[in-house]
Design a protein around this ligand. Structure first.
Ligand code: ISJ
Length: 104
């Protein structure tokens, strides 16, 4: 069995370089998601104020179609992109329901 002391130093250096980029990308994703949630919270307040429903399935369909196209041109699995967007949207709708409940 090999342990970390047997690894070729050039392999370790390459792994470290790649992991530094992965960490930077993860940080960017967190910051972008935080900005997205700031916007969606404002949408939630606007909807609650004007008695609009938390979810907008027609808007979601357009977003999914657009994201699937973007994913294809970026060589990212469109099914994965759709699942990710649906996961995020489900959380946003939950937030909107909470905001609407608080406004009642
Ligand atoms: C943010 C909105 O509310 C919901 C959340 C969406 C999203 O996270 O992109 C899209 C549609 C809605 O179901 C919106 O209506 O724009």
């Amino acid at each position: 069995m090999s342990d970390s002391t047997d690894i070729d130093p050039t392999v370790t250096a390459e792994l470290t370089r790649l992991r530094e980029s992965i960490d930077n990308i993860d940080a960017a994703v967190v910051h972008m998601l935080a900005e997205r949630f700031k916007c969606t919270q404002q949408v939630g307040v606007l909807k609650a104020r004007h008695q609009l429903p938390p979810a907008d399935p027609a808007r979601e369909s357009r977003q999914i179609a657009r994201l699937r196209e973007l994913a294809e041109s970026a060589k990212l699995d469109p099914a994965f992109a759709e699942k990710l967007l649906n996961f995020i949207i489900a959380e946003v709708i939950r937030h909107h329901e909470t905001i609407a409940d608080g406004a009642r």
